[in-house]
Design a protein around this ligand. Structure first.
Ligand code: SF4
Ligand code: SF4
Length: 435
């Protein structure tokens, strides 16, 4: 596949209203609900029981396999119950519910750590319960276990291309020195060049990183166009190192590890303090939010309480999303918790809703916008005919569900949903022994 001969993607209104909002710490909630899956891979296994006393940073669930992640208490208090919840994708997940004592007492067993090899760095990420904090929640330890000789570049994702979201921006501004230390560590451990990919609409973050990295010849900032989706892994790698990641391939296949900038900051915090991943900076914004801001809250905090901390709703929300309007997932109700990979809660009022779809007019705009040069209108037609062979030929598996095609479509066709369906048709056909 030969993509990106010209810049593709869509220009969006950035709506980065909170770009200068320094994150503020919200008071501990009275209750946190912590799911045993906030990552790709096997469920974590609870190691606490109702009535147990826990402290902040204490492990409450161990990783359930190589591709999995441990889970830690985000408040101090008592385990109320082991329960279940149905997540946004309809999966029933075990949870640990903790009643906070309001003290936020840290666990006593925290200590800094020194790492010198990929294996040691990977172990640290595992012990910190780290997952990709910018997106799907892939366990960081698995990425970092790559042997040094296979890694030529570490690409740090600071694109943050979705409208509204500014939590990574604040990390890059406020933790630039820590990120520079992280870059030095990564260069030393992997013998790799470290490139921070940042959209040009974040001048404060670009400036902070450039001055923090000034003394390191192996680290640099790549200023990317403000064109959604610069943060998509394939797009980012192409724009930072010029390599194309093919269908079914990983960044490591082109000699790269990709880490989100907040993931790197949390990894460095863990190395310095021993505190695992227990809290997140979350952008709370959208047309229905009274006082948009960046908030630091314990993982497991009910979303409703985070919104209340931002003054509550100014208008009736039509939709509340985990993440931004392009790739965000609907929050089923406001009792749902902040997750490890939640970087934003966006609440949209009635007026933000899209009109009903009409017939495809074959204008080709969806294909022109696709950063991976797919043909969404043709994929939709193959989905209609459940044609797995055609879908494979159309490389539907490459689709990163960025939403550019749906956004640009004048007929408001639900193209991303069609692409998702297309991927499952191909998967099911493969499982039955077809293509
Ligand atoms: S959702 Fe998929 S098909 Fe649509 S623009 Fe993005 S990558 Fe292309
Ligand atoms: S943009 Fe919409 S109307 Fe135009 S070809 Fe694609 S699906 Fe059809």
């Amino acid at each position: 596949m030969n993509f990106q001969k010209k810049l593709r993607g869509v220009r969006l209104a950035h709506r980065k209203y909170t770009a200068h909002s320094s994150p503020c710490v919200m008071p501990p909630p009275s209750l946190v609900t912590i799911p045993m899956s906030m990552h790709i891979g096997a469920l974590a296994k609870p190691i606490v029981k109702p009535g147990d006393t826990v402290t902040v940073g204490q492990m409450i669930a161990e990783a359930g396999g190589f591709v999995s992640a441990a889970v830690f208490a985000s408040v101090s208090g008592k385990v109320k119950k082991l329960d279940t919840m149905t997540d946004s994708a309809g999966r029933v997940l075990p949870t640990v519910v903790i009643e906070s004592d309001g003290q936020m007492t840290p666990t006593e067993e925290l200590s800094p750590r020194e790492v010198n090899t990929p294996a040691e760095l990977s172990d640290a990420a595992r012990d910190a319960g780290l997952v990709g904090l910018g997106g799907a929640g892939f366990p960081t330890a698995v990425k970092l276990a790559a042997p040094a000789e296979k890694v030529s570049y570490v690409v740090i994702n600071g694109a943050e291309c979705e409208p509204y979201i500014t939590s990574d921006t604040r990390t890059m501004v406020e933790a630039a020195e820590l990120l520079a230390e992280g870059a030095e560590l990564l260069s030393r451990i992997y013998g790799a060049d470290v490139i921070f990919g940042v959209e040009k609409n974040k001048p404060e973050a670009i400036g902070a990183l450039q001055s923090a990295l000034a003394e390191n010849p192996r680290a640099s900032v790549k200023v990317l166009p403000s064109l959604y989706p610069q943060g998509g892994e394939k797009v980012l790698v192409y724009n930072c190192i010029g390599a194309i990641i093919g269908e079914g391939k990983l960044p490591l296949d082109v000699g790269a590890i990709v880490l989100n900038c907040t993931t790197l900051a949390k990894l460095m915090e863990f190395l310095k303090t021993g505190m695992p991943l227990v809290a997140k900076t979350v952008t709370v914004d959208g047309s229905a939010v009274k006082e948009p801001k960046n908030v630091i809250c314990p993982i497991g905090t009910p979303i409703g309480e985070v919104i209340e901390f931002c003054g509550g709703f100014s208008k009736e929300p039509r939709k509340v999303l985990y993440g931004g309007p392009m790739m965000g997932v609907t929050v089923p109700d406001l009792s749902y918790p902040i997750l490890k990979n939640t970087n934003a809660i966006v609440a949209l009022a009635e007026d933000a809703v899209l009109p009903e779809p009409t017939e495809c007019i074959r204008c080709g705009k969806c294909a022109d916008a696709c950063p991976l040069m797919l043909t969404p209108y043709a994929i939709a037609s193959a989905v209609k005919h459940k044609d797995a062979d055609a879908l494979s030929e159309l490389s539907v598996g490459l689709c990163m569900e960025c939403g550019c095609c749906s956004y640009i479509c004048p007929a408001r066709r639900p193209l991303v949903q069609q692409n998702r369906l297309g991927k499952s048709i191909v998967k099911n056909a493969a499982a039955k022994g077809g293509k």
